[in-house]
Design a binder for this molecule. Structure first.
Ligand code: GDP
Ligand code: MG
Length: 355
């Protein structure tokens, strides 16, 4: 097994064991007094469900990007910012790669595909998240990801092997890395790579121009700090693009809708949650009380579905609501009072409020 990779793996993984507990405090005060500092724009791309949004939330220590166990939770380009001393890291969360068939099947906005391409053009560095726990796809990058990387060859890129926590044995990681990088990292061949093999499979499996490879678990935070440090070293001197008290380019109203949508995706099976229409009806921020009040309507296509979603005695809806509230607290770091109203399409007065 290559010493290079093994060392990198050990470093990333052992350091991660001591990863400090998340600190959900607001942005560092120090940064708020500066305008000139260092800035890095990072586009995060990868197949749906690989953990892009979860990773960004972990680095920024806020649930800015909606994440769920279903594909296509992220429907728009979202920027999430975090600060470390004089450095501003600006993440661009992308909706992942979307085929035309999927767009129709999951009722996704057309803008998703455009958003992904747009994000790449403003990036200083591109991070590719790959799920190593998916036994069907672990050994090759999604063809659209390879296509995108080939289009932006001049932008530095790095590979993030995610969900390492789900692997029973870590031995397969070296061969996964070889496949996904075509046997080369930062222009150097990985020792032990079969040159002929890598030539034959070059256009099928991986991308040869990654400058670094990280092994992480975005869910529990292992290895995430190494990515943050890597990004800080890639930041360039510039004026901050956002004021240091901003942590997203999205309006709170839109973040609430996305968080609600994601939780319904998590709780409901198959295609049901994709048929729901989530709309914020009321939003108020009471600054002096550090409190947000909001009301969200969730429109179902028919009564049968609305009963199914509500569950016996409205129990399931109550459970979903309590998870939403907890995510919104992790997002805003404030008290959140939310009303959730399940409505039936074309029957706007028939609503089932959850208290
Ligand atoms: N076990 C495990 N699950 C993860 C990890 N990262 C993300 N997930 C889960 O994978 C699912 C998809 O994550 P998400 O961030 O929405 O993926 P995206 O579509 O690429 O943005 C969610 O259920 C996450 O909780 C990880 O490192 N380990
Ligand atoms: Mg996402």
């Amino acid at each position: 097994m290559s010493t290079l990779i093994l060392c990198a793996f050990r470093m990333t993984y052992s350091k991660a064991q001591y990863f400090r507990a998340l600190n959900y405090s607001s942005q560092p005060e120090q940064a708020s007094r500066r305008c000139l500092g260092k800035v890095v724009n990072v586009a995060i791309i990868g197949a749906p469900n690989s953990g892009k949004s979860t990773l960004i939330n972990k680095v920024t220590e806020r649930k800015i990007c909606a994440a769920s166990n279903k594909v296509h939770t992220t429907t728009k380009l979202v920027r999430a910012m975090t600060y470390q001393n004089d450095t501003q890291i600006i993440f661009l969360d992308t909706p992942g790669v979307v085929t035309e068939k999927e767009q129709k099947k999951y009722n996704l906005p057309e803008s998703m595909i455009k958003a992904c391409h747009k994000s790449l053009r403003c990036a200083d560095v591109v991070g590719v998240v790959h799920d190593v726990s998916n036994r069907y796809t672990k050994d090759s990058l999604h063809s659209d990801v390879i296509h995108m990387l080939n289009m932006i060859e001049d932008i530095p890129s790095f590979l993030i092997l995610n969900k390492v926590d789900k692997l029973k044995s870590k031995h397969q990681l070296l061969s996964i890395i070889k496949n996904l990088t075509n046997g080369a990292i930062a222009g150097r061949p990985i020792p032990g790579t079969d040159k002929n093999k890598s030539k034959i499979e070059k256009h099928m499996k991986g991308y040869s121009k990654f400058s670094d490879v990280f092994l992480i678990s975005a869910l529990n935070g292992d290895g995430v700090q190494d990515i943050k440090e890597y990004l800080i070293t890639n930041a360039k001197t510039a004026n901050f693009q956002y004021s240091p008290n901003e942590w997203s380019d999205q309006r709170p109203e839109s973040l609430i809708e996305e968080a609600v949508r994601a939780k319904f995706l998590d709780f409901l099976s198959q295609e049901i949650p994709y048929k729901l229409n989530v709309q914020l009806e009321y939003y108020e921020e009471i600054e002096e009380e550090e409190k947000i009040l909001c009301s969200v309507s969730v429109e179902c296509p028919n009564e049968r579905l609305s009963r199914l979603i509500a569950g016996a005695g409205g129990g399931r809806l109550q459970q979903i609501k309590s998870h939403i509230r907890s995510d919104l607290v992790d997002l805003f770091k404030k008290t959140v009072i939310i009303d959730l109203n399940l409505r039936i399409k074309d029957k706007p007065n028939d609503s089932l409020p959850v208290l």
